[in-house]
Design a binder for this molecule. Sequence first.
Ligand SMILES: [Zn+2]
Length: 599
Amino acid sequence: MADLPFHDKGDFVDADRGFIGKLSPAVVKTADGRVIWDNDSYDFLRGECPDTAHPSLWRQGQLCARQGLYEVAEGVYQVRGLDLSNMTLVEGERGVLVIDPLISTECAAAALKLYRDHRGPRPVTGVVYTHSHVDHFGGVCGVTQGDVPILAPAGFMEHAVAENVYAGPAMTRRAVYMYGTALSRSPEGQIGCGLGTTTSTGTVSLIPPTLDVTRTGQEETVDGIRMVFQLTPGAEAPAEMTFLFPDRRALCLAENATHNQHNILTLRGARVRDARVWARYLNEAISLFADRADVAFASHHWPTWGRDGVVRFLEQQRDMYAYLHDQTLRLLNKGLTGPEIAEVLHLPPELEQAWHARGYYGSVSHNVKAVYQRYLGWFDGNPAHLWELPPRESAIRYVECLGGGSAVVAFARRYIHENDLRFAAQLLNHAVFADEGNKEARDLLAEVYTRLGHGAENATWRNFYLTGALELSEGIVPATVDTTSPDLLTPLTVEQIFDSLAIRVNGPRAWNERLSIDWHLTDLGERHRTTLSNGALIQQREPVDETADLTLRLTKDQLVGLLSGKGVGGVEREGDTGALQRLVAVLDRPTPDFAIVTA
Ligand SMILES: [Zn+2]
């Protein structure tokens, strides 16, 4: 760590380059006055790095906390520091094209206003979603009503939904840990998340794209702005694309290359990404675009200027993902398991020294485990791990073998004294899982997590550790997001709505239930049948017979209303109306604030 090139201020120069003006105070509120973004709360990062933070992460926090409107190239602007992600604005013949309208409509509106305050009241003439993650589309209704072209990579809607709705409650809960949203923003608490400062907490929206980008080389023009696309599915997101503005000599890298090592598997949980194709896409981007670009920017962090700088940046990012992938496979083919590879695999010296390859968001340690998981899954082949007891049952027995809860705490103190915090955390976790009432173990584990967090270079590790410490001390942080709200159901296709219903069926409660319902969506002209049998809700498009127990004629809005508990008012029903009640009776609700650091 001491060897890191702290004297190199190039990133600070780039992060400040083209600064035009900032929002002051940098606070965004909802219509009813709730603060959903406060970038000024990170002003403490301007100070020297304290003992409670890793110097490399502190530096990244300083860079991420910059806020304002910046000129990237002639006619290309970015608003940074008004959400986790950046909003990019490209000026056209009549107005302005918006790339990635942040997470919340309120932040997106504030970002657009900041731009207009400096560049005039240009209308939004188009929107581009670079990929299917919520920080790149959620604020769209803050910049447009949807009467403009909206471009997105093929598969955008499917994946926006699959990644954020099906496993939404669990990801949302884990995201509280990953982004440290419940922590105080302070030198002892949350100092960013590596990719940016934090996530805004306003109104999330989604307008479906009107134009799909389906192939590399596709060209589109919106408001006189020419774009050449490269489709990169399965890199940072399942649906993602990079693109060049040839007339501006500016390259948008989406989130495929940012100023940190990204996640092969995000700690909030998601499908494992493919580091192999990720590296290939970056290589392809160099050959497609490098000679036609003077600047490369992304939807996080700051741009990179100059052809040589852009190529070096892309080559190093490419090599990093290729190295993580190939070396993990080399080592797993020698018999090493994920945790073993994580201890021995280090990046080559050139990449170790490259700030943008540092693990502020992803890390070598958890990324190589992700590569292992992608190819070999959760099982490492050792039969001892095939049928392990679940955590609490194991913990009870470990604590018994070690001589009880107090003995475990005494052992843990010894390891803490030897600075073996990792093993102390393992021991104390057993003590807490075996007996949540063991206050001594809880307090000591909170202390160990705090020290691990303060020593972490990775922001998401820091946030996980510190949130774990917080919940051990103060209890579970209550959930604030309702992931089953009608706003999230409305943009879904009818198939996706029934999919999300199917995963709420309480299997055992529905074992003996058999029923079928035909749903005639009168406004869409679609017919769907859902059949419940053996606890599984099966759906079928355009059933040929008329044998369902119940037929409902309704609009999609009525369907969403009905599933959100608004009742069947105005819905035309034919057949056994009890079938609907029986279906509703077996629906479960997710637990939005499940325990993580306690059993
Ligand atoms: Zn993002």
